[in-house]
Design a protein around this ligand. Structure first.
Ligand code: COA
Ligand code: MG
Length: 299
C-alpha cells in the first residue's frame, strides 16, 4: 500500500469521493476527525460503506479498506469494533497504543468480535500508529512479534507534539524538528525489525504539493514504502513517489544480472562500485515491489 487516505467516516461526501481517489487503501476514520457527538453516525456509515464497497474495491482495484478505531484507553473502541468487524474490513488502524501489549489486546478483541459476529477467523490486519504517545516511543521493541495480525507501523507527530507540550512539530522551513525525527526513525527501524510495512506520517499542509513530494521522496529513500494521506490531491503524488522508478528498476535488474553472470560470487563490481549481498537483497526487494505495484495497477 503506497497511499493510505484518511476519510472522516461521518462525512457522506468524503466517503463517496474516496472511492475515486486512486488510493491503495482507505482508512475510514472513527477517531480524531470525528467528534464524540458524531461517533455513532460515523460507525454506522463505516459499516454501510464496508458492506457496499469491500468486494468491489478488492476485486476491481485491489484497494484495501481499513477502519481507524479509537484508542484502547477510550470508552469508544469496543463499540467501534462491534460496528465494523461483521463487515470484515481488511484491517484496523490502532491510534495511540502504549506498547505492543495494546496491539496484542486488540488482536484478542478482534478474535472475540469475529466470533460474536459469527465469522470464522478472518485476516483482519492491524496497523499501529506507534509513536503517538511518549510511553510508546520508549517501548518500541515491544511491537516486534506483538501479534501475527500486525502488518504495518506508522508514526504520528500531531498527538506526540501535544503530549510533549511542543509549540510546533516543524521548523520555519516546514521540516520536522528533532523529537519527531526520532519518532520517524524509530518507526522505520522497528517496522524493519518486526518485518512489517513502514508507513510515513501525514503531511498536513495539504495544498503544498512540492512539500509533500519532497517529504515522500525522503521517506521512500530511507525505506518507508507508503505514506498516509489526508486529501485526495495527495494520493497521486504519494503513489508516484512510492512506485519504483524506471531508472531504479533498471539498476536493480543490472545488479541481479551482475550477480547471475558471476555465478556464485559473493562480491561483484558494477560501474566501478562494489556490490555484495545487501545490495543484491535490496535489488530483489525493489523488483518484487515493482512487480506488485504494476500488477495492482493493471487489476
Ligand atoms: N477523503 C475523501 N474526500 C475528501 C477528503 C478526504 N480525506 N478531503 C477532502 N475531500 C473531498 C471534499 O469533500 C471535496 O469533495 P467535493 O468536491 O465532492 O465537495 C473535495 O475532496 C475537495 O476538498 P477541499 O475543498 O479541497 O477540502 P476540504 O476543505 O473540504 O477539506 C480537510 C479539507 C483537511 C478538512 C479534509 O481534506 C479532511 O477531512 N481530511 C481528512 C482529515 C482526517 O481524516 N484527519 C485525521 C487523520 S490525521
Ligand atoms: Mg490523532
Amino acid at each position: 500500500m503506497r497511499s493510505l487516505l484518511f476519510v472522516p467516516a461521518d462525512s457522506d461526501r468524503k466517503l463517496a469521493k474516496s472511492l475515486t481517489c486512486g488510493a491503495d487503501a482507505l482508512i475510514l476514520d472513527l477517531e480524531d476527525s470525528v467528534t464524540s457527538e458524531h461517533k455513532d453516525v460515523a460507525r454506522s456509515n463505516a459499516s454501510k460503506f464496508l458492506n457496499e464497497n469491500l468486494d468491489r474495491a478488492t476485486k476491481t482495484r485491489r484497494m484495501q479498506i481499513y477502519v481507524r478505531i479509537n484508542d484502547l484507553q477510550s470508552s469508544y473502541w469496543r463499540a467501534d469494533l462491534d460496528a465494523v468487524v461483521a463487515a470484515g474490513p481488511d484491517g484496523i488502524m490502532l491510534p495511540k497504543p502504549r506498547s505492543g501489549a495494546d496491539v496484542a489486546a486488540l488482536s484478542a478483541a478482534l478474535r472475540s468480535a469475529e466470533q460474536q459476529a459469527g465469522r470464522e477467523r478472518t485476516h483482519i490486519s492491524i496497523i499501529a500508529i506507534a509513536t503517538e504517545t511518549p510511553g510508546s516511543l520508549l517501548n518500541m521493541a515491544s511491537y516486534i512479534g506483538a501479534s501475527a495480525r500486525l502488518t504495518g507501523l506508522c508514526w504520528g507527530a500531531e498527538d506526540l507534539g501535544t503530549a510533549l507540550g511542543a509549540q510546533s512539530n516543524r521548523d520555519g522551513s516546514g521540516r520536522f524538528t528533532s523529537p519527531y525525527l526520532l519518532a520517524r526513525n524509530l518507526c522505520l527501524v522497528t517496522a524493519a525489525a518486526a518485518e512489517v510495512q513502514a508507513i510515513d506520517t501525514v503531511f498536513t499542509d495539504f495544498r503544498n504539493d512540492e512539500g509533500l513530494r519532497a517529504e515522500a521522496e525522503e521517506a521512500a529513500r530511507d525505506g518507508f514504502t507508503g505514506k498516509l494521506a489526508i486529501h485526495p490531491a495527495q494520493v497521486p503524488i504519494i503513489n508516484e513517489m512510492f512506485t519504483p522508478s524506471a531508472a531504479n528498476i533498471e539498476m536493480a535488474q543490472q545488479i541481479v544480472a551482475a550477480f547471475k553472470s558471476k555465478g556464485g560470487k559473493g562480491a561483484v563490481s558494477l560501474n566501478g562500485r562494489m556490490l555484495d549481498r545487501p545490495h543484491l537483497v535490496q535489488a530483489q526487494k525493489l523488483l518484487t515491489r515493482a512487480a506488485l505495484t504494476s500488477s495492482g495497477n493493471e487489476a
